[in-house]
Design a protein. Sequence first.
Length: 320
Amino acid sequence: MSSITSLLGKLPPSPKDKTGWPWTKESKPIPQVMPNGKPWPKISIVTPSYNQGLYLEETIRSVLLQNYPNLEYIVMDGGSTDNSVEIIKKYEPWLTYWVSEKDAGQADAIHRGFSRANGDVIGWLNSDDYLLSGALGKVGRSFAADLDLEFVVGGGIVVDDLGNLLRKYYSFPQNATSLLAIGQFFLQMSSFWSRETYQAVGGIDIFLRFCFDYDFFIRLAQRKTPGRLDSLLAAFRIHDRSKTSSIWESIAIPEFELIRRRHGFYSWPELVREEMKTLYIRQYHLNNRKLKLKDIVLEPAYFLHTLKEKIWKNSRCAGV
């Protein structure tokens, strides 16, 4: 059974100072078709981008070098004024579609990208994050193995602006109740869902500026509790240009509370709300205690970035 042709030698060469994944290494190619002879589920990835030229090429290469046989990749640039368009054009032959034009924000860019997607499985990857090697193969196998799977959550890593590992973030699938009680405790870039389910829940709310992913995941989980993929799939990058705590306080917190109210959180008695919060926080920590201690707290770089991660935790619903 033939495998997909390697892309590494066909893509534009990496900058001389870049090595490893996804610069000089690629995912192991997988067979063109599944063992039963059927095509792999088509996966559509949308990358919204605006003036992220510093990281965009790594993002694009991390998708293309998955060597996934049935991939659709769409890049929606919001009219960048840096070198983003130049980078996108370098990879144009391998993109399904791209555009650079003014949009109404990140949610609008993602919404318009998904409107062009034809995949069985879809997800979005922000232009400062990246997929880990072999991620899409694992996602494709999960959906192929379970035809009833609608929404799956994997793990990931948190890195700094140079790509240094800060911590590992293990999959913690949440139901709608826990999402309302404690917020979103899984990585957006490690989450994938069926296009049919996306359409059934009404897609992304483009009128939300920061917490559109939180609102979307609640609606997905209300339909069906996500499955768990016990693998590290993607990297979330913390850097100085990420959305900050000042924005969180002025815009994201009110939006976050608006979404909770919209989905009925404040119709619960206060005692129930507090009990649910305690229950799910305990469940989250129990999930982590099953893992090796060194993977959770013994990474020295993690302690150097305590403040940055605290800001990230405060803005985790902000589509970063």
